[in-house]
Ligand binder design. Structure first.
Ligand code: IPM
Ligand code: MG
Length: 371
């Protein structure tokens, strides 16, 4: 198969983790006889530096006419600490989500037995955790009217949702639930917010169409607690934009590292794949960031491109690195491997170059405890 992929390396560690995904994609292409054509585009602080615009028109054009978008990370501290900045890197990502109508952000949460010790949650509560967060991505408080009075003493962000916006992601989440353990949890704040009451009403209206799926409802404050106390209870979690942003970072501590979590943003047009972590500027350029969030996002992209066997091989390769202690600094701060080494190992595994026992010594040479 031939596929065109728009690659946005982005900011901070974005370029170095995404390059590992490209190595893995090249290995997949070789192994399965595919052709991936990459078009590189700008977005974020990198784009502001080079063009003055966090999302140049050429980037939108390329994304609209490609088979999938692979994205690294966004953000730079010089904007985070300047609340008066008129142009911000994140505006680029929000505009791209809106332009591609990526209304659903899908964030799977699983745990790995070899990493249980990294999570602050007790191992017995981590075994068998496997849920998926459906976060609405193009509405709510992120996109409502924003105002600041002239004296700069009062500000507001409107949270608006329409019935069709809720319906389309709810249908998607219900269909996923049908393929899984058939449980859907709506996370909202319906005891306080009008928008949340609309979410509940719409989900209740739709539910009878999926009568094999059990639906329950949790207020977001309680959900935040339940994710830590009893994460096994969740199968598909459906929620609005802001709550989804918050609980997905929270849920990442179950896996052991934010660096492991992938995501897919899907909608009416091209889909976009990105790790859920940020640009982690302190690590940029040091070859220490965890590339697995990006590589697992690439696996989600392969699934989306209908390359299921390819996706499953990439996941198998990731599992193999974790099981054999080939991990980055976020996972083992003493015996860690470089970002680029993990990328190479996963590409080699995909290319069937890793057979039997690996001579760790050869790889050990590239291990560093200096940084
Ligand atoms: C995410 C990020 C973004 C968001 C930021 C970078 C705008 O935190 O994808 O979770 O808030 O959606
Ligand atoms: Mg976030």
């Amino acid at each position: 198969m031939k596929k065109n992929i728009t690659v946005i390396l982005g900011d901070g560690i974005g370029p170095e983790v995404t390059r590992q995904s490209l190595k893995v994609l090249d290995a997949v292409a070789e192994q399965f006889n595919h052709e991936f054509n990459y078009t590189y585009c700008l977005m974020g602080a990198d784009a502001i530096d080079k063009t003055g615009n966090p999302l140049p028109d050429e980037t939108i054009e390329s994304c609209l006419h490609t088979d999938a978008v692979l994205f690294g990370a966004i953000g730079h501290p010089k904007y985070d600490n300047d609340p008066t900045a008129k142009v911000r890197p994140e505006q680029g990502l929000l505009k791209l989500r809106k332009s591609l109508q990526l209304y659903a952000n899908i964030r799977p949460i699983i745990t790995y037995p070899s990493l249980h010790h990294l999570s602050p949650v007790k191992s017995k509560n981590l075994e068998g955790v496997d849920f998926i967060i459906f976060r609405e991505l193009t509405g709510g408080i992120y996109f409502g009217r924003k105002e600041m009075n002239e004296e700069k003493t009062q500000a507001s962000d409107d949270c608006v949702y329409t019935k069709p916006e809720i319906e389309r992601i709810a249908h998607l989440a219900f269909r996923y639930a049908q393929q899984r353990r058939k449980k859907l949890t709506l996370v909202d704040k319906a005891n306080v917010l009008e928008t949340s009451r609309l979410w509940r009403k719409v989900v209740q209206e739709i539910a009878p169409q999926y009568d094999d799926v059990t639906v329950d409802y949790l207020f977001v404050d309680n959900a935040a607690m339940q994710i830590i106390l009893n994460p096994k209870q969740f199968d598909v979690v459906l929620t609005e934009n802001m709550f989804g942003d918050i609980i997905s970072d929270e849920a990442s501590v179950l896996s052991g590292s934010l660096g492991l979590l992938p995501s897919a943003s899907v909608g009416t047009g091209t889909a976009l794949f990105e790790p859920i972590h940020g640009s982690y500027p302190q690590a940029a350029g040091k070859d220490i960031a965890n590339p697995l969030g990006s590589i697992l996002s690439t696996a989600m992209m392969l699934d989306y491109l209908n390359m299921r066997e390819e996706a499953s091989l990439v996941r198998q390769a990731v599992d193999w690195t974790l099981q054999n202690g080939f991990v980055t600094k976020d996972i083992d701060s003493i015996n860690f491997y470089f970002t680029s080494t993990i990328g190479e190992l996963i590409a080699d595994f995909v290319n069937n170059k890793i057979t039997g026992e690996v001579n760790k010594k050869n790889i050990e040479l590239r291990k560093s405890t200096i940084i």
